[in-house]
Ligand binder design. Structure first.
Ligand SMILES: Cc1cc2nc3c(=O)[nH]c(=O)nc-3n(C[C@H](O)[C@H](O)[C@H](O)COP(=O)(O)O)c2cc1C
Length: 167
């Protein structure tokens, strides 16, 4: 699949089939994330992959109004370590981890898998359940699995609103 096709057909998937995700596919997705750029090439990140149905169901505590997440056969959690503020004033962990997750989501699309970026989660509960050190930042979470729905394309702003040339 062409990259542009993966970008165009990716959707946030909120309904998953009760079908496990092949380990080889998860490995390919992680391999993609491993290749992401990061500030100073620090690679201060790691991923946690949940596949155990009992553990996933215990995660429901962290997703108060989004219980559909626990129907997914796998959940990917992306964490940052040794966060620092870059010269531009922004923290590197959220940016580095977001780049990694973005390209992993596109790889998942290429492999026929659905994802949904989640910002609405109780980080404290996830930290407790997965024993994530207090100093690490839980940046993003996505379910991972075969879509059991075909979400419509969501509207986007026009290109002219998105960018302007300053020639
Ligand atoms: C930072 C971020 C946080 C998001 N948080 C949630 C969330 O908690 N729950 C959810 O269902 N979707 C969440 N989304 C998905 C967005 O709603 C979705 O990307 C947007 O509506 C566009 O739809 P599309 O992904 O299908 O193109 C999030 C997306 C991003 C980028």
């Amino acid at each position: 699949m062409e990259l542009s096709q993966a970008i165009n057909i990716r959707r946030s998937v909120r309904k998953y089939k009760n079908q496990p995700v092949e380990t080889e596919k998860i490995q390919e997705i992680l391999e993609t994330g491993r290749r992401a750029p990061s500030s100073r090439n620090s690679q201060n990140w790691y991923c946690i992959i949940l596949r155990n149905p009992q553990l996933i169901s215990r995660m429901s505590e962290a997703f108060a109004k989004q219980q559909w997440i626990t129907q997914a056969p796998a959940i990917l959690v992306v964490c940052g370590t040794n966060n620092r503020t870059m010269m531009c004033g922004q923290a590197n962990n959220p940016i580095d981890c977001s780049i990694a997750l973005t390209i992993m989501m596109l790889k998942a699309t290429e492999l026929g898998l659905g994802t949904c970026w989640l910002g609405m989660f109780d980080a404290g509960k996830i930290r407790e359940l997965l024993d994530i050190p207090a100093a690490d930042m839980i940046v993003a979470v996505t379910p991972l699995g075969y879509a059991d729905e075909e979400p419509q394309e969501r509207p986007r702003k026009e290109l002219a609103e998105f960018a302007r040339y300053m020639d």
